[in-house]
Write a protein that binds this ligand. Structure first.
Ligand code: ARG
Ligand code: ZN
Length: 897
């Protein structure tokens, strides 16, 4: 039962208004749904088919009287309905059981509080409805519940009435002034407290901002509130988009499938992206909160005011909103260097998560052609690659042009449910004659063609003529159902460096004067040749600056050229990238090489990185001009999964052993620099989570990890001792957790006691205990020690499979994020995975389907892993009672060519 993009049909009926009355009860909640329904005159007459899932239907009435109906494949089907323009009243009475809802879709209970999650198709678990985003209605919601147990009653929009009822109950009535699709409906009821903030917008309007949490967590809401205030101000300043509600609420829950949800005026968040204090949250947490609060807030315009016509258009709102939250974080970070750090972090996510997805069995275009379960398509492709597609449009029309395009998009489509084509057309139409407008159809292949394109670059220098010829050509591998691809429109930002590292002005054949030292060319054919003139010496090309397109770049750099770029490139992204390429090259040579086979213990004795590279890295560490955050990124090796992606056949143990050997080499060869860096990176004064101080702490943490690793090898006790002391004395979670990680990941004997102490200190803080589980499950494998530890932790009293954060912190940290430990030669890691996928699927299909993707790349594995992984997937697929979520993932995995 796959859904296909081409099958879209406008709804045969509209629902204009909805009046919902809830009698909230965990065991049996009663829902009265009164709708005004009207025929869509543009569509041939059809029965009204309302979606429903796990509902108990008690009554259906049309215009106040009984009516006949039938059930068909879970849908409630009504025929012979009034067809006049005025429409008719449809009243449906159902009940549901929120406390039994472990899937966390629809209405559920978390720690005694009611929450909803409706995107994508959860509203049908609350009442029968046209559960599709192009049906937009006005909502009035009456909530009734026991007052002592549920003192706070929230829904979308404005609170218009509240009061007491008999029997200790009370009510609240909410009216949403904006029409919305049902996936943006929300209600919350429970014992909550709020941080409140009144603000006045640029436009002079007053708004109430609220962050609701459990009593006791109020002290951890300041950062979320500040992030929300900053988001409101940023969207006004950058895009002229103001808050369109009197009241904007965020509510935190510890049981949530995803990060957060942009319900109109009532965002529901995973506690992970709300709660923060210096003592309990790391700098990474602080920055994630800022970015997720921004993301959900920005959806208020890009997603809510203009929404998706159908779920194939999901990237219309997600790609655009990720682009907006990335820009927000960059603007908040401030300095050009801090912007580059954010860009590198975003590209790292894209390349370690999205590139593998785009090369694997779940590969799909940014606008998919078909799906079985839409929840499986909330992917890094829709989100992160979608954001890159928007970023390329931004590059092709320029910053001001993009702002004009956004303005036109809202002029045309405010209040509508539209498509990715509509968005691209608005950006192009606002910029006639632009690089985008002149090749819009070809550009839109980024929406329709899956796979990561490869850009091959070849240069040749003619000393006599002083010209440099650069040929760029593109190709894209086949993906499921797409054997061949048409050329993409690829903006390539580039520059040329002289051998001494200075930037050369760029002058192309036919141009009368030398131009700037960086420019963007557009590769929109299979191949393109550029000729630069007046080039006095053989240049080093700096290509795809700022990662101007989501492609792989293939250029046969010499080590010397990469060292030049690492030392001198004015583009911070490419400077970092040069270091990554050098490290990657060493790793790949070591993985391929047979001479430097690991010793019996699986350890590489040989030196993998050469003296030149180590010198360059040392110079980076010592460079007073560079920010700490940037240094930390340059000195971080490519991840095991990124390394694996560069290989045709993957021996995950060898990849792990090589990378660990490189870490050790970095630790010992640069030991005195790590010591100096650690001492120089200490915080002075009060803790602040801003980008600059966070960068210093990140570099200090990295130094400490390196020093503990070096000490483990040499048997030295000084640095582990210092690390343990820092762990005990730390004034913030970043330093404390950094020290703990250094002990755990270096496998130091102090680690066990430190872990026990950490647990005792934070046993009442679920988010910190998640970190405690994740650290142990994600720690580097030493002779197969991680799986037994994970199995023991499964029996820990704090472990709970039903809580997604906890399941992710232990199981996903092992299966999806620790390849060296998961891909065991004895296949036991895969057996563990099979059991956990099946156990989770019975509780929460959405979470189970994410876990199921841990073996997406099985066909690349060497033997014996490949056969063992295939057998494990086959075992899951052979289970009779799978959700369609997991079924779709394993079916596609086994279809891998
Ligand atoms: N729209 C939400 C966001 O991007 C994600 C919600 C996804 N939820 C789901 N159940 N698939 O912030
Ligand atoms: Zn989103």
């Amino acid at each position: 039962t796959a859904h296909h993009r081409g099958d879209y049909q406008a709804p045969a009926w509209w629902i204009d208004t909805v009046e919902l009355t809830f009698d909230l009860d965990p065991a049996k909640t009663r829902v009265l749904n009164r709708m005004r329904v009207r025929r869509n005159p543009d569509v041939a007459l059809q029965p009204l088919r309302l979606d429903g899932d796990e509902l108990n239907l008690a009554r259906v009435m049309v215009n106040g009287g009984g009516t006949s109906f039938r059930m068909d494949a879970g849908q409630l089907v009504l025929e012979n309905l009034p067809q006049d323009e005025a429409g008719f009243d449809l009243e449906i009475f159902t009940t549901c059981a929120p406390e039994k809802n472990t899937a966390l879709m629809g209405l559920y209970v978390s720690q005694g509080t009611f929450f909803t999650q409706c995107e994508a198709e959860g509203f049908r678990r609350i009442t029968y409805f046209l559960d599709r985003p192009d049906v937009m209605a006005s909502y009035q919601v009456l909530l009734r519940a026991d007052k002592a147990a549920y003192p706070v009653l929230l829904s979308n929009g404005n609170l218009v009435e509240q009061g007491e009822l008999d029997g200790g109950r009370h009510f609240a009535k909410w009216v949403d002034p904006h029409k919305k699709p049902c996936y943006l409906f929300a209600l919350v009821a429970g014992k909550l407290v709020a941080r409140q903030q009144r603000i006045t917008s640029r436009a002079g309007k007053e708004h109430l901002l609220e962050v609701y949490v459990r009593p006791g967590d109020l002290g951890k809401t300041e950062h979320a509130m500040h992030s929300l205030m900053a988001s409101v101000a940023w969207d006004e300043a950058r895009f002229g988009l103001s808050l369109d509600l009197e009241r904007f609420m965020i509510v935190a829950t510890s049981d949530f499938n995803m990060g957060a949800m942009e319900n109109k005026g009532l965002n529901v968040f995973n506690t992970k992206y709300v709660l923060a204090s210096q003592a309990t949250a790391t700098d990474q947490d602080f920055s994630n909160i800022e970015s997720v609060v921004g993301h959900e807030y920005f959806h208020n315009w890009t997603g809510n005011r203009i929404t998706c016509r159908d779920w194939f258009q999901l990237s219309l709102k997600e790609g655009l909103t990720v682009f907006r939250d990335q820009e927000f974080s960059m603007d908040m970070a401030g300095s050009p260097s801090a912007r580059a750090v954010k860009r590198i972090e975003d590209v790292r996510v894209l390349r370690t998560m999205q590139f593998p997805e785009d090369a694997g069995p779940m590969a799909h275009p940014v606008r998919p052609e078909s799906y079985v379960e839409i929840n499986n398509f909330y992917t890094v492709t829709i989100y992160e690659k979608g954001a890159e597609v928007v970023r390329m449009m931004h590059t092709l029309v320029g910053r001001d042009g993009f702002a004009r395009g956004m303005k036109l998009y809202f002029e045309r489509h405010d209040g509508q449910a539209v498509t990715c084509d509509d968005f691209a057309a608005a950006i192009a139409d606002a910029n006639p004659g632009s690089e985008l407008a002149t090749r819009l159809d070809a550009f839109k292949r980024w929406y329709s063609q899956a796979g990561t394109p490869c850009v091959k670059a070849e240069g040749s220098y003619d000393a006599a003529a002083q010209t440099y010829t650069l040929t760029l050509s593109q190709s894209c591998p086949a993906t499921p159902h797409q054997p061949s691809k048409l050329p993409f429109v690829i903006p390539v930002e580039l520059g040329l460096l002289a051998q001494d590292g200075s930037a050369l002005p760029l002058q192309m054949d036919g141009e009368t004067a030398p131009g700037t030292s960086s420019r963007t060319v557009v590769l929109d054919t299979a191949s393109l040749t550029l000729r630069f003139i007046g080039v006095a010496s053989p240049p080093v090309p700096s290509l795809l600056r700022s990662f101007s397109a989501p492609v792989r770049l293939d250029y046969a750099y010499t080590d010397a050229e990469l060292l030049t770029l690492l030392a001198y490139d004015s583009d911070a992204f490419n400077r970092w990238e040069a270091g990554q390429r050098l490290m990657l090259r060493c790793a790949i040579n070591a993985i391929a090489g047979s001479a430097d086979a690991p010793s019996a213990g699986g350890q590489f004795d040989v030196e993998i990185m050469g003296a030149d590279l180590l010198t360059a890295l040392r110079r980076t560490l010592r460079d007073p001009q560079l920010d700490a955050a940037y240094k930390e990124l340059v000195l971080t090796l490519p991840s095991e999964s990124y390394l694996a992606e560069q290989l045709d056949v993957v021996d995950p143990q060898r990849v792990h052993a090589v990378r660990e050997a490189m870490r050790l080499q970095l630790a010992t060869a640069l030991q005195s620099d790590w010591e100096a860096t650690y001492e120089a990176s200490q915080d002075t004064g009060a803790y602040r989570p801003d980008a600059a101080s966070a960068g210093r702490r990140a570099l200090a943490g990295q130094s400490l990890s390196m020093l503990c690793l070096a000490a483990q090898a040499s048997g030295d006790a000084v640095w582990p001792g210092k690390t343990l002391q820092r762990f005990k004395d730390a004034g913030n979670m970043t330093d404390r957790f950094g020290a703990l990680s250094a002990l755990v990941t270096s496998g130091h004997p102090h680690a066990a006691a430190a872990l026990a102490r950490f647990h005792a200190l934070f046993k009442d803080d679920a988010l910190v205990i998640d970190k405690w589980f994740a650290l142990q499950a994600g720690s580097p494998d030493r002779g197969g020690n991680v799986l037994p530890a994970v199995q023991a932790l499964m029996k820990h009293p704090d472990f709970q499979l039903t809580n997604p954060n906890r399941a992710r912190s232990l199981i996903f940290s092992y299966c999806n994020a620790n390849p060296g430990a998961f891909h065991r030669a004895d296949g036991v890691g895969y057996h563990f995975w099979v059991d956990r996928v099946l156990a989770l699927d019975a509780i929460n299909p959405q979470v189970a389907a994410r876990l199921a993707r841990a073996l997406d790349r099985w066909s690349k594995l060497a033997e014996p892993w490949r056969s063992a992984a295939q057998a494990a997937i086959t075992q899951v697929a052979g289970h009779a009672k799978l959700s369609k979520d997991v079924r779709e993932v394993v079916t596609r995995a086994l279809e891998t060519p």
